[in-house]
Design a binder for this molecule. Structure first.
Ligand SMILES: [Zn+2]
Length: 502
């Protein structure tokens, strides 16, 4: 990566603190939260409650500059702490005093406050920075998509490093105010509610507000020439969708899919419970990427998602994540099944709702169409490894695992679990182990063998997700592979396209 400091960090004042000999010395916060897949993601020693990002972006040259104000709380006596960030930093202040700052590791800033923080102490961290995010590579890639009319930050698990300093792990969620000035005639789109916008001296400032806890990778920014559509759902949610003005032949299909977000959300509420946030929408920038991402309240969709026509399935997938992944976040990245298995299963339910193949038919096809000796079955959805985090097995076998659970515990308990899990963990995070324990409590059944088979066994389960030896039949072996359900290809297209750098 390329990173320089524009101004020398202020010389750290010598710490001459009158600490009694018996008191514990403050120590540095860990450079990561200890995630098994990404050990240096996130940081130890503090929690962020709120991000206030005040930015200015010039689409002509991809120049981003800004001031990030983080409201944090120390969780240990802290001599130093890290932020995850890749752009050039001009100055960091902690509680108003200039802090010493050093770049370390692949994407770390080490911040040494003038005075150590004590456990439980609240602090305000101000970071002034600038950069050209499309030119900054970390580990060989950038998550910032340069577009002909601007740029977009949307990727998983890494997106924040290129536009704001953060504690970059889903276990540290926070609220956000994102204020972005762009040249008049250009739009800046982010999460939540558009609180206000104002033009002055040729620049328009867009003020976005997210008042529910949000993980760092679910924060998004898109600058470009967009058409905005706004509405209010029957339930009172403000809707804001944004379409690049350069979608060409994809425009109709994109609008015919994303304009149904309100309908999809209402339908999902029937299975998952009340929608967890205060805004909905989606946006399609002029990118050449292939994927979609469940950025909170306002998913990112690549134009290519609509190259074969409308795809409501991808909207169902990304909106299902608002419950499974966003309101309830994964505790570790290895818990990715809690996001993708459920979002995929929601697409199967939507297919049944739309009359394009039942859940049982999709589960049978997913199971029977992949032979036992296919590598597909070696990927464990419950622990796929970082290299296979977004492998097709996490999605398709992940959804089969839920169908196997439904077959075992019955519809009543299964749908009670879908809603109850959301109620229990709303706004927080949870692990697969907790989900297994929860379903066992709800159903009164011993389910570790079932989850072991479907999530952790590196081979094809002997019994299909509908309960039979073949996938199609609950009681007997089926003969051959069933017909491909009508929705199958659309559902596969919803999660294909990979991620920005993989
Ligand atoms: Zn997904």
């Amino acid at each position: 990566m390329r990173r320089t400091f524009l101004a020398p960090a202020a010389a750290a004042a010598t710490l001459m603190l009158a600490i009694p000999a018996s008191a514990a010395e403050p120590t540095p916060g860990a450079p990561g939260v200890g995630d098994p897949y990404y050990p240096d993601y996130g940081n130890g020693g503090y929690d962020v409650a709120h991000y206030d990002l005040r930015l200015r972006y010039q689409p002509r040259n991809d120049r981003l500059k800004g001031t990030a104000t983080l409201l944090v709380k120390a969780t240990q006596d802290l001599s130093r702490f890290n932020l995850d960030f890749a752009l050039d930093v001009r100055e960091v202040r902690v509680n108003g005093r200039v802090a010493d700052v050093a770049a370390t590791g692949a994407h770390e800033l080490e911040v040494t406050p003038d005075r150590p923080l004590t456990n439980g102490q609240r602090a305000t961290v101000v970071v002034r920075y600038a950069g050209t995010p499309s030119e900054v590579e970390v580990n060989g890639f950038t998550s910032w998509h340069r577009t002909p009319d601007g740029g977009v930050a949307a990727n998983e698990p890494e997106a924040a490093w290129w536009w704001f300093p953060s504690n970059d792990h889903p276990t540290d969620k926070a609220t956000y105010d994102v204020s972005v000035a762009v040249p008049d005639g250009t739009q800046a789109v982010s999460n939540g509610v558009l609180a206000s916008q104002r033009s002055e001296a040729g620049w328009t400032r867009w003020n976005w507000r997210s008042t529910e806890p949000q993980a760092t990778y679910l924060a998004t920014l898109a600058v470009g020439k967009f058409d905005l559509t706004t509405d209010t759902t029957a339930g009172g949610l403000p809707v804001l969708n944004a379409y690049s003005r350069e979608l060409g032949p994809h425009e109709g299909a994109a609008r015919a899919s994303i304009e149904r977000t309100g309908e999809v959300t209402e339908w999902l509420e029937g299975y998952f419970g009340a929608y967890p946030f205060h805004a909905i929408g989606g946006y399609v920038p002029d990118t050449d990427t292939g994927y979609a991402l469940e950025t909170q309240t306002r998913p990112f969709y690549s134009p290519r998602k609509f190259q074969h026509g409308s795809n409501v399935s991808v909207v169902v997938h990304e909106m299902a994540h608002q419950w499974y992944g966003n309101s309830v976040s994964l505790e570790r990245w290895s818990d990715i099944w809690l996001n993708e298995g459920f979002a995929s299963y929601a697409e199967w339910m939507w297919s049944e709702h739309a009359g394009e193949g039942t859940v049982e038919e999709l589960a049978a096809y997913a199971y029977d169409s992949v032979p036992a000796d296919d590598d597909f079955w070696t990927v464990k959805p419950g622990d796929p490894g970082p290299e296979n985090q977004f492998h097709g097995a996490v999605y398709n076998r992940g959804a089969m695992a839920l169908q196997a659970l439904r077959t075992e515990i019955g519809d009543r308990d299964f749908f009670a679990v879908l809603k109850g899990w959301q109620r229990k963990h709303a706004g927080g995070d949870a692990s697969i182990d907790e989900f297994v324990a929860y379903t066992e409590r709800k159903s009164g059944e011993q389910l570790d063998a079932l989850f072991g088979t479907w999530l952790f066994q590196p081979s094809k389960p002997a019994v299909g997700p509908n309960g039979g030896a073949g996938g199609a039949d609950r009681s007997a072996a089926s003969a051959g592979v069933p017909d491909q359900p009508e929705s199958w290809k659309k559902i596969q297209a919803a999660h294909e396209g990979g991620h920005g750098h993989r």
